[in-house]
Design a protein around this ligand. Structure first.
Ligand code: ADP
Ligand code: ZN
Ligand code: MG
Length: 488
């Protein structure tokens, strides 16, 4: 029988990010950068594009761009040179966007992306450049304002917000890896204070380019998924698009170069515009701005102020505290949580792995429920360490500790005080031995079945002991004692 060689489909993905820079003011004027304020309350002749108004480059934005470039292992240009990108859209009052074209401030970097299973991939950074964001079109529906008419309004508060575009090489081999890349980039931008990167506020947006490699190894035709504001959707959208491309190739067709939108509501990709033309933006050097010099000493100064990067911190957490890649990843994704963790893990009597468990699962779960983050919560690292210590030394059971944590999250009390007041201290081992004996003699049939090797009934006996101790015993210890006394 002839064995047909199975065709393999290798995905090729490159990402483009837009991130708002964490500056106080806009890119080329003194207007404040704001979110959620009444429309058109932070504007001036420059960001409204009035004729004759002159832009002035925000040096803080250059500094943050360089900072990001250094964290992404890029080469830094000697000058920040700007260019006009000409196009017409209602959210662009000047008729052009000030951007960078042939001389981006950062080029040729890379990012080592942890995939969560201990593996990492290296993703090349093609370029990082600075530009200004457009204003925001607000579409007014029939049920909306404007006396029932339909139309579009423009909110210029966002217009001119400092924006950084980061383009990766097509080095990403799967939708999962694309999501991991995006998450890691977000972690970095936050950790180095370059962007708050809050996707709900539109501070970070992602476009994904995707193709399937030709059988001869060359690149296939790519399509582009535009403007995704959640990395979960980046992953799902890419998976759907790869399926679509594979179906086309399997039926002998050809993938057309198009721009698509992934709609999470129907979990489908929809075509936005087909046959992408090479837009002619008629780029030319911005005549109203002088290039800003980026001196080597400035670059060194910025470099020396970089904190430990997420990738380094992750490796250190795994090494120093023996954490899994996954746990380390959860902690470093939230710098405040990571700092909190280190204080707890370093406290006397605390096992760092236990601490990771308590913090990433129990504490984080409770904080998420109340919509709080760790810095705003009542639970201090000292209280958390105290609680973990009480469990470690056997003073309270794990289940009692969870109740205690509920109280501590609510009131900020000392765990020891809660344990004393509520009588939650674990039953001592002598006393526990006695309870186990009583349960065995009160349930002779079940005890006999366990002796005979029936492991299922052990759960029933454990339950009886827990009931007798009102839950103040460690389940694992109870199991051990039962098995010991039943001689299995
Ligand atoms: P364009 O000229 O369409 O803007 P670029 O070469 O500038 O294309 O690349 C834009 C993005 O698309 C980059 O992130 C790049 O990594 C990615 N990309 C380029 N070629 C491919 C491909 N064949 N498949 C997937 N992604 C690609
Ligand atoms: Zn302004
Ligand atoms: Mg391009």
């Amino acid at each position: 029988m002839e064995v047909q060689e199975r065709q393999t489909y290798q995905a090729v993905i490159g990402l483009e990010f837009h991130a708002h820079l964490a500056t106080e003011t806009k890119m080329f004027c003194g207007c404040r950068v704001t979110y959620g304020e009444p429309p058109n309350t932070h504007t001036c002749p420059v960001c409204l594009g009035h004729p004759g108004a002159l832009p002035v480059t925000n040096e803080k934005a250059i500094e943050l761009g360089v900072r990001a470039g250094l964290a992404l292992n890029c080469d830094i240009a000697e000058k920040a040179v700007f260019a006009r990108k000409n196009y017409f859209y209602p959210d662009l009052p000047k008729g052009y966007q000030i951007s960078q074209y042939d001389a981006p401030i950062c080029t040729g970097g890379y990012l080592d992306v942890p995939l969560g299973d201990g593996e990492t991939i290296r993703v090349g950074i093609t370029r990082l450049h600075l530009e200004e964001d457009a204003a925001k079109n607000v579409h007014v529906g029939e049920s909306g304002r404007m006396h029932g008419s339909v139309g579009s309004l423009v909110d210029f508060n966002r217009g001119g917000t400092p924006l950084m575009e980061i383009v990766t090489e097509p080095d990403i081999p799967s939708p999962e890896a694309a999501r991991a890349t995006a998450n890691h980039l977000k972690d970095i931008l936050r950790a180095i204070g370059v962007s708050e990167a809050d996707m709900e506020k539109g501070q970070l947006r992602c476009d994904a380019n995707v193709s399937i490699r030709n059988p001869d190894g060359t690149f296939g035709t790519k399509t582009e998924l535009k403007n995704m504001n959640s990395f979960r959707f980046v992953e799902r959208g890419l998976a759907r698009e790869l399926e679509r491309q594979r179906r086309i190739l399997e039926s002998g067709g050809r993938v057309e170069q198009t721009t698509l939108h992934y709609d999470p509501d129907d979990d489908e990709v929809h075509e936005l515009r087909s046959k992408e033309y090479a837009h002619d933006y008629r780029y030319f050097p911005e005549p109203d701005l002088l290039p800003v010099e980026i001196t080597p000493s400035w670059v060194r100064e910025i470099e020396s102020s970089l904190p430990e990067l997420p990738g380094q911190m992750r490796a250190r957490f795994m090494e120093q505290y023996g954490l899994s890649d996954y746990d380390a990843g959860v902690l470093i994704a939230d710098r405040d949580l990571a700092v909190f963790y280190e204080k707890v893990a370093g406290a006397p009597g605390v096992d760092p792995k236990q601490a990771a468990n308590w913090i990433t699962v129990e504490l984080r779960g409770r904080l998420n429920e109340t919509g709080m983050d760790v810095s705003g919560s009542r639970v201090t690292p000292e209280r958390m360490a105290e609680l973990i210590g009480l469990v470690g030394e056997g003073t309270i059971s794990r289940s009692a500790a969870k109740d205690v944590l509920d109280r501590v999250v609510e009131t900020g009390e000392s765990p020891t005080a809660v344990v004393e007041r509520e009588g939650l201290a674990a039953v001592g081992s002598d006393e526990l031995g006695g309870v186990v004996d009583e349960v065995i003699s009160a349930n002779p049939e079940e005890a006999e079945r366990v002796r005979g090797g029936d492991q299922k009934v052990i759960g029933f006996l454990i339950g009886q002991v827990m009931r007798a101790t009102r839950g103040n015993a460690d389940g694992g210890r109870v199991r051990e004692l039962l098995l010991e006394k039943l001689g299995t």
